[in-house]
Design a protein around this ligand. Structure first.
Ligand SMILES: [Zn+2]
Length: 433
């Protein structure tokens, strides 16, 4: 369906206003317009409103199918990915996940083990249509010395297919060891990474956050936090991060993930936090699938009554950049998942009500995370940009989000890629013992 040619035209494609900024066309109530895309030398040479007559001989009529830009997945853990068969979560709880993943890391995360699982994850992400991906890397000593070199090699191997970013991951208490944290920040900077920590309510949280900001400023690093992944309404580290960003005058990008407890807090508390988050210029990523799995798991034959996600609508209404992302895949934090951002968007639509209207929510898996990750020209479809897009069967939101779209066509640099997914059996020997 995609011509194996240097230049061609795709006509009668359905583009969404939120991801096709330069398209001058009449958009329908769902935000769609029919368009024609010209591709030349691996780039998009033009996007115009669909001309119903006079199609060129080299044009392919796509019958109104939806085309989206390739995805940007700004919060993943490909160092943990796919360990489930050898280290399942015993009870599906957050503590169960933390303990199981920690034990597996200490016992099994050699460079080879990491490299093989990370490559497996990236092949899946690529096949599903992901163009850029940020992964957190457990950086509790001595793991940082193993994981960061593997990450750097992986980024090199995948250069041109997936733009890979790394953020270190450690509990905020790890920052108390100032010398070690200084060394870690230096290591992260050397790898052109992002400084990341997990925040929760420790007595010296403000002091520790100041140290995190000081290191980020010293090394010119962006920040990425896991915050308040709990239903405990006393967890307000999102607000503390915003306050610390303001009083440290931080000018880099800050992405904060999870923020689950915010959805449980009283309105006045929420409003105060959102004011500060907006003022400090924080971006927020929700991880709907992982939150649905871990949050409100009460055990003892009870049913969850809360979806676990944070207040994305209220944030977006205030101009806070918001994204959704994969988070964990087939590890103790989430037993499922395959880094398929269409699945994430489909689930997010259902869990977070990203519909009626869809508005510009498609940006949450494309342009917005690209901006947070400082990736220019990625996450939108525009003349002059790379011809990196996904062609779906669906011609409307209900068609697109009702089926897995396993037969989607992923185009990179103007060519349809081989979308073969890696076989689970490849990892069997890493799962023994
Ligand atoms: Zn995470």
């Amino acid at each position: 369906m995609i011509p194996n040619a240097v230049s061609y035209r795709l006509t009668n494609v359905r583009l969404h206003a939120s991801v096709a900024p330069g398209l001058a066309a009449v958009f329908d109530a769902d935000g769609f317009a029919l368009a024609d895309i010209a591709v030349a030398d691996g780039r998009i040479s033009g996007i115009t409103a669909h001309a119903r007559t006079g199609a060129a001989a080299d044009a392919v009529d796509l019958g109104g199918r939806i085309v989206l830009p390739c995805f940007v997945d700004c919060h993943t853990h490909i160092d943990k990915g796919h360990i489930w068969p050898r280290k399942p979560n015993p009870d599906g709880t957050f503590m169960g996940a933390l303990n199981a993943a920690g034990a597996d890391r200490v016992a099994r995360w050699s460079a080879e083990d990491l490299a093989r699982r990370m490559d497996f994850s990236l092949r899946s992400a690529y096949a599903h249509g992901t163009r850029a991906l940020r992964t957190h890397l457990d950086s509790v000593a001595p793991q940082e010395e193993i994981s960061w070199p593997v990450f750097e090699a992986m980024r090199e191997t995948w250069c041109g297919r997936i733009d890979l970013q790394g953020a270190c991951l450690l509990g905020i208490e790890g920052v108390r060891d100032k010398n070690w944290f200084d060394r870690l920040a230096k290591r992260v900077a050397a790898a052109k990474g992002v400084l990341g920590v997990v925040t929760y309510m420790v007595p010296d949280l403000e002091e520790l956050l100041d140290q995190v900001f000081a290191q980020a400023i010293k090394h010119g690093l962006d920040l990425d936090f896991h915050a308040d992944e709990t239903d405990d309404i006393a967890a307000v580290s999102l607000k503390k991060i915003a306050e610390a960003a303001l009083w440290n005058g931080f000018e880099g990008n800050i992405l904060v993930g999870h923020c689950c407890s915010l959805a449980r807090q009283p309105d006045l508390e929420v409003l105060d936090t959102l004011d500060k988050v907006a003022k400090a210029g924080l971006a927020v990523v929700s991880l709907p699938m992982c939150n649905l799995y871990l949050q409100d798991r009460r055990g003892n034959g009870t049913t969850p009554r809360w979806r676990g996600v944070t207040l994305l609508h209220e944030m977006k209404a205030r101009g806070i950049p918001v994204a959704v992302a994969s988070d964990n895949t087939r590890d103790p934090f989430y037993a499922y998942g395959d880094l398929d951002m269409l699945e994430v968007y489909r689930m997010a639509t259902r869990i977070l009500h990203l519909d009626h209207p869809v508005a510009d929510w498609p940006r949450a898996v494309t342009a917005t995370p690209a901006k947070v990750m400082r990736l220019d020209g990625i996450g939108t479809l525009a003349a002059g940009g790379d011809a990196d897009f996904i062609l779906f069967k669906g011609r409307s939101w209900t068609e697109l989000l009702s089926r897995p779209e396993s037969d989607r066509i992923v185009v990179r640099g103007g060519r349809a890629i081989d979308r073969q997914l890696p076989d689970y059996a490849e990892l069997d020997e890493l799962m023994v013992g």
